[in-house]
Design a protein around this ligand. Structure first.
Ligand SMILES: Cc1cc2nc3c(=O)[nH]c(=O)nc-3n(C[C@H](O)[C@H](O)[C@H](O)COP(=O)(O)O)c2cc1C
Length: 256
């Protein structure tokens, strides 16, 4: 067949298109895999940071190795406050559960201080080797949802750390929630005073280290009282009865 034949021209063009399409598809698949992996890595880093592993991360520790050796994933039924096997931890996605009426509940407006509307019935928590618990938290910030983790010691009340992995707050203002100096205030704070949620974020500058509630108080972000109050409400919601309150009370009772 002559190289000038119309059939051969179309055949070459067709084959070229097929090869290019396959290459583009492969590149897209690799990119999607990479994006999913990077997202997972970010969440793992957040869980580790909240649980007090920031130094190991900063020292260049392998995130996946640190995570798999230190974190055990468990599912909590928020209504009973007990661990449950109602869903498979390996496949359960707490974010997707919000879209599923069987796996989520509406939050009554008088209890919805974090501005979420609904929450998943089951929460995916991480338990460290030393018994600390890393709890997922979520709620409305000033400009959009804020998602993160807060870790508490095995006494169910002493904070180990707080870290957000997603928010839309303004750099230099609300986004200072990511500032290590601000986050450094959280470890050691007490969530509860008796059975009441006592932890709170106050307006920047009004934290008094000598006040009787200093152990429950975190100083707010400078020039960002709105975000500070939102964070306070998010944390208070998740430690309350509608959040992890029953689970942490059970933990305390079992520990004795
Ligand atoms: C463009 C713009 C973005 C802002 N972003 C934030 C923010 O992310 N978080 C926040 O708390 N306040 C933000 N503010 C400021 C709030 O409107 C409000 O003034 C502030 O939270 C009050 O805090 P202060 O009492 O500490 O000054 C922003 C203001 C502007 C004009």
């Amino acid at each position: 067949m002559s190289n000038d034949s119309i059939f051969k021209t179309f055949l070459v063009a067709f084959l070229l298109c097929v090869v290019c399409s396959v290459l583009v598809c492969l590149a897209a698949i690799v990119r999607i895999d990479r994006e999913a992996y990077n997202k997972q890595l970010e969440v793992r880093k957040t869980v580790l940071a909240a649980a007090g592993f920031q130094q190991q991360i900063d020292d260049g520790g392998n995130i996946d190795e640190l995570f798999t050796t230190n974190m055990e994933l468990k599912i909590v039924d928020l209504a009973s406050g007990e661990y449950t096997d109602a869903v498979d931890p390996a496949t359960y996605n707490q974010k997707d559960a919000l879209e599923n009426p069987d796996l989520s509940v509406k939050i009554p407006s008088d209890k919805d201080i974090a501005g979420m509307g609904s929450r998943a019935k089951y929460a995916a928590v991480y338990v460290t080797k030393t018994g600390d618990i890393v709890l997922p938290i979520r709620g409305a910030g000033m400009w959009g949802p804020m998602l993160g983790y807060i870790a508490v010691a095995d006494n169910g009340s002493t904070v180990k750390g707080l870290t957000f992995y997603q928010h839309a707050e303004t750099p230099g203002l609300g986004a200072e929630v990511d500032n290590p100096r601000w986050k450094a205030q959280w470890p050691g704070k007490e969530v509860y005073n008796g059975n009441s949620v006592a932890i709170k974020v106050v307006k920047n500058g009004s934290y008094d280290p000598k006040a009787s509630d200093a152990a429950n108080t975190v100083d707010g972000l400078a020039g960002a009282t709105v975000t500070s109050t939102k964070v306070s409400n998010i944390v208070r919601y998740w430690f309350g009865d509608d959040g992890f309150g029953k689970f942490l009370a059970n933990l305390k009772a079992k520990r004795g």
